[in-house]
Design a protein around this ligand. Structure first.
Ligand code: ARG
Ligand code: GLU
Length: 720
């Protein structure tokens, strides 16, 4: 009953204010939202979220390594992000002797913190609407390619100017609303970022792929790093003499805990959403792209599983590949179900019909927008079959590890057979390839790949219209009479790429003769023939259509903003800094099921009693703490809180983002979305969309009671 009343009250609010939870807002424009946020309980001001004159929350948040978010939690440069965001760094420092993945890693002093070559973090110095500047010299009559080159020139000049303002400054100009607006983001980038701590995977990845995208969740998905700077607190390459960075701001950590309906702010770097795509695009997505890509990955994953179950070496070799393939696969399944449940195609059509009706109201509108919908339809009709080929290129052809590997020899072969080659470029490319090859073979199993090759070629042959198949595929099908596996075996037994020793020998003294061994190889041939027919028949047309669609979307979204002049729009996520606000809250994923808004340590123990689920095996020490109820100051009602969900609109890239309470304190670290919400990249539904966050108290408990790294808490600002 209470839930019904609250829901009714909330929906009444939505009617007046728009849907509060939807939206990934640009920090600079927080003025549009701040009143609503304050009505929802937020106690801070617009300047506390984003300001260029005083320190603000943005100064405590960084883009981490390009694909994630992290936040500062001490005055000495200490960062927290997800375990899965720091995974490759933790893995890189791990060996059989120091298995930090299995055992965790904790620097007990600053000297023990581990540098990570290649890892960078960036702060947003400021953002600016630079639409007028970027569009200088651009005219409506211009050809799209001329427009693009004019834009690039303007952007290059602008970036050069602002990057000169400070050490380590990097400028990025991004289009918003398909190029109706342009924003400059000026970042300060640090490259000395050291690993401070990580729990064992049995905590940091507890639940693994079994629980990925799923609520209820019990993953202690966090790791810690520290930013180092030179003695002037400026970015500098790694040096032993660098010192911990002193941030303008760090987030205080709240031990007060969360209650249902509490205000939440998530602030970070969401990667990509497509809220404006038309009904035609949604149809293509749920009727074609997703089903085909899901099927291809089903096949690949079942081959991985089959071998991993029988062989531990293969299981370890394919663990990270499996996780990567399974992550998007599971998301696409959820997304397709979610978009169907929402009847997204019909909803999009409704909006498009409204748009067409609106556009018929004046000759000016008619002239500008009248043709849009028929043109969208025509272009998507043409794009759909080509898009299938592109999907099979990515998800079938390049899914074969050896084919993908062979494709990477392209440049080196081209240089090697050139009569007058650039020796320096050649050596660099060759050395890169050798490094890549070492990593590749370490985790490559030929039996697995032979099966993948057979299955992918078969799928391509069966699903792709004959006109788009490379000729050799039909010939192969005839000659092997459908026995793709046998054929695959023969192919691999004849390929140089299947023999790592020969590959390294050939690479070692590579000249035009040995390069021809690679070029004449049958697996290289498979790659080359797929690629050639893609270039001949698909690529240029595909990109022409995509460019035309981009122009259409620019016009369409511009038109929508005119039609709904009172609506608050937000641009699609594009890896730029955004904030999103909502509330802590559970939901009803299906009839008869109610999800509560939080999980606890009890759930970890409960899951661990299920036999034979390797993803559900917590460390002995954690079980021990649980049995002794040794929870210290982290005990809440006889257990320890682990994770919670909220109504914040998030996507990939928001991993590691701080979840901030009404007073500006850190209460959680975002790491996933519920499976029922994954359609929110295309269409948000407040009834189903929930982000998943680690409860910060669980992180503190693990650091302090589990790992004995309580000294790290001394530098944090903890609010009780
Ligand atoms: N689904 C989350 C994200 O999209 C977590 C992925 C990593 N975890 C995993 N079990 N594979 O990044
Ligand atoms: N795990 C995702 C990430 O790495 C966040 C989940 C989502 O897509 O919302 O960013």
């Amino acid at each position: 009953m209470r839930r019904i009343i609250i829901t009714a009250l909330l929906s009444a609010l939505f009617v007046f204010n728009g849907i509060a939870d939807e939206g990934m807002w640009l920090p600079m424009l927080v003025g549009k939202n701040i009143k609503e946020m304050q009505r929802m309980g937020f106690k801070l001001t617009a300047d506390d979220i984003y300001s260029v004159n005083q320190s603000s929350l943005k100064d405590a948040i960084v883009q981490f390594g390009g694909g994630c978010t992290a936040e500062l939690i001490s005055a000495e440069g200490l960062l927290i992000t997800n375990h899965h965001c720091g995974f490759s760094q933790i893995q890189a420092h791990s060996s059989v002797d120091h298995d930090y993945l299995t055992n965790g890693f904790w620097a007990m002093s600053r000297q023990e913190e581990l540098p990570n070559p290649g890892l960078t973090v960036r702060f947003l110095v400021r953002m600016e609407d630079v639409t007028a500047l970027v569009l200088t010299g651009v005219t409506p009559e211009m050809k799209e390619s001329d427009r693009q080159s004019k834009l690039s020139d303007n952007i290059r000049e602008l970036s050069k100017k602002v990057e000169a303002e400070g050490v380590g400054y990097k400028a990025v100009v991004r289009p918003m609303y398909y190029g109706n607006e342009y924003y400059l983001f000026l970042y300060e980038e640090f490259s000395d970022v050291r690993l401070v701590g990580a729990p064992p995977v049995s905590i940091g990845k507890f639940g693994g792929d079994t629980d990925n995208w799923v609520w209820p969740r019990h993953t202690g998905d966090f790791s810690m790093f520290r930013i180092y700077a030179d003695k002037d607190n400026k970015p500098a390459p790694y040096s032993a003499s660098n010192v911990p960075y002193k941030p303008k701001k760090h987030l205080p950590i709240s031990m007060k805990g969360i209650q249902e309906d509490d205000f939440t702010l998530v602030y970070g770097f969401p990667g990509r959403t497509q809220q404006f795509i038309t009904s035609h695009a949604v149809e293509m997505l749920i009727n074609q792209s997703n089903p085909h890509k899901i099927n291809l990955r089903n096949t690949r994953l079942s081959i991985f599983n089959h071998y991993s179950e029988a062989n531990d070496t293969i299981r370890i070799q394919y663990a990270s590949k499996h996780a990567r393939v399974a992550n998007a696969w599971k998301k696409w399944i959820g997304e397709t179900i979610g978009l169907r449940r929402l009847d997204a195609v019909a909803k999009k059509r409704e909006l498009e019909n409204m748009f067409t009706a609106w556009a018929s109201k004046s000759p000016e509108l008619q002239n500008k927008y009248g043709d849009l919908m028929p043109t969208f339809k025509r272009l998507y009709n043409e794009l759909t079959p080509l898009s299938l080929i592109v999907d099979y290129r990515n998800e079938a052809v390049y899914a074969v590890e050896l084919v993908d590997f062979a494709s990477r020899f392209d440049r080196v072969i081209a240089e090697a057979v050139k009569p007058n080659r650039d020796n320096e470029a050649f050596e660099i490319a060759k050395n890169k390839l050798v490094t890549y090859a070492r990593r590749f073979y370490k985790d490559f199993n030929i039996n697995v790949d032979v099966e993948v090759f057979a299955a992918m070629l078969k799928a391509y042959h069966e699903q792709i219209p004959a006109g788009y198949q490379p000729e050799f595929l039909g010939n192969l099908h005839q000659s092997c009479q459908g026995n793709w596996l046998q054929l695959a075996g023969e192919f691999y037994s004849q390929s140089v790429f299947a023999d790592s020793v020969r590959v390294f020998t050939l690479l070692n003294d590579l000249d035009s003769t040995s390069a021809r061994h690679f070029q004449a190889d049958n697996i290289y041939g498979v790659y080359a023939q797929f690629e050639n027919q893609y270039i001949d028949k698909v690529e240029s047309r595909y990109y022409q259509i995509s460019d035309s669609l981009n122009i259409l979307y620019r016009t369409y979204v511009g038109g929508l903003m005119r039609m709904q002049a009172d609506k608050r729009f937000f641009p699609d996520a594009n890896s730029t800094m955004r904030f999103t606000y909502g509330r802590v809250g559970g939901f009803e994923p299906k009839d008869g099921v109610v999800y509560s808004h939080y999980t606890t340590l009890d759930g970890i123990i409960e899951k661990s009693t299920q036999a034979n689920v390797p993803d559900y095996v917590p460390p002995v020490k954690l079980i021990d703490l649980y049995q002794k109820k040794d929870f210290g100051q982290y005990a809440v009602n006889g257990t320890v809180p682990v994770a919670f969900i909220g109504t914040n609109h998030t996507t990939g890239g928001n991993s590691g983002s701080p979840v901030i309470d009404a007073n500006g304190n850190l209460i959680g670290v975002n790491f996933d979305r519920c499976w029922e919400s994954t359609m929110s990249d295309v269409m948000f539904d407040p009834n189903y969309c929930r982000n998943i966050a680690l409860d910060i108290r669980y992180a503190l408990f693990v650091i302090d009671k589990f790992a004995g790294a309580g000294h790290l808490l001394n530098e944090m600002s903890i609010v009780r």
